[in-house]
Design a binder for this molecule. Structure first.
Ligand SMILES: [Zn+2]
Length: 305
């Protein structure tokens, strides 16, 4: 596989992860956050599955956000082969589900969105977009259920679904297909990457303010907050992870910048944000080494190099 576009951790997920350890999310927010984590984990598992199981050199584009006719749509994984374009919508559902007259339910009878409708919508929009670019390929869209603990009752035999137990056979069929990618396909891949939108309009972030959030430096391994070990080292009392203070502070600055993109990064605010670093000089040393200094004296702030 030729990886044309990688999957990045969505900004929305990162922000929610940061918020989750610094404030109490409502039940609804927490549920939404955990669903995002689970979905992203499923997508990563599918990435790994492709790398390990698909041996032919097709073009792989993960996580595309595209627009067609003023409608924005997202594709988990798109693969361009010499014969057709594959769209994969990855679902990390777990447990038992059933279908009843075109509607999908969990086993406890909660209705969920029919993922086949979502898939059809994506396929239609992608087809139109690619036709606008002057191509007319055939498109094969499938839902990949990646979690081995998923089961669906009453699934129609011709549904565009690959179940966990079908993945191996699906890989074998793909691996037997023609593998020579042509320039035209490479060009299409490049065009799609160029059309990829960086910022999703669908972010559902809870409202938060600086004063609401717990200050301190979270551990890079677990979600606990770090403590001082020596002047140069921090330690997590929960998992015993140790980290040099410079690295911890830098991680915490990145987190601050993502949570508060409109606030100025100053020695005072980062000192307060980290809390456990007693010396402002340490903060200032790290800031002036890693970031670019703007202004002077008490008006000094720092931006990316
Ligand atoms: Zn820890």
């Amino acid at each position: 596989m030729l990886l044309i576009k990688i999957r990045c951790e969505p900004e929305e997920l990162k922000i929610l992860r940061y918020l989750n350890r610094r404030k109490i999310l409502s039940d609804k927010e927490k549920k939404y956050y955990l669903n995002l984590e689970k979905g992203f984990l499923g997508e990563q598992l599918f990435n790994e599955w492709i790398e390990e199981n698909i041996s032919i050199d097709w073009l792989v584009l993960h996580d595309l956000l595209l627009e067609c006719n003023h409608t924005i749509f997202q594709i988990d994984t798109l693969i361009i082969s010499p014969e057709k374009i594959y769209i994969f919508e990855v679902k990390n559902y777990e447990g038992d589900f059933y279908i009843n007259t075109d509607k999908w339910y969990t086993i406890s009878e909660v209705e969920i969105k029919n993922p086949i409708h979502q898939l059809n919508r994506i396929e239609t929009l992608l087809r139109r977009l690619i036709q606008n670019l002057g191509y007319n390929p055939s498109i094969d869209a499938k839902i990949i259920f990646i979690n081995p603990d998923f089961f669906l009752y009453n699934a129609p035999i011709n549904a565009p679904i690959i179940f966990p137990t079908q993945l191996n056979r699906f890989a074998s069929t793909l691996n037997m297909k023609p593998f020579n990618i042509h320039n035209q396909q490479l060009k299409l891949a490049e065009q799609l990457v160029a059309l990829h939108l960086k910022d999703s309009p669908y972010k559902k972030l809870p409202t938060y303010s600086y004063s609401q959030l717990k200050k301190g430096i979270p551990c890079a391994v677990c979600d606990s907050f770090m403590s001082n070990l020596t002047l140069e080292m921090l330690v997590c009392k929960q998992c015993a992870y140790k980290e040099h203070v410079d690295i911890s502070v830098m991680r915490n600055i990145m987190e601050f910048k993502l949570l508060f993109p409109n606030r100025k990064v100053t020695t005072n605010i980062i000192h307060e944000w980290c809390t456990i670093i007693l010396s402002k000089k340490t903060i200032q040393r790290i800031l002036s080494r890693e970031l670019k200094q703007m202004g002077h004296g008490k008006y000094t702030y720092y931006v990316d190099m």
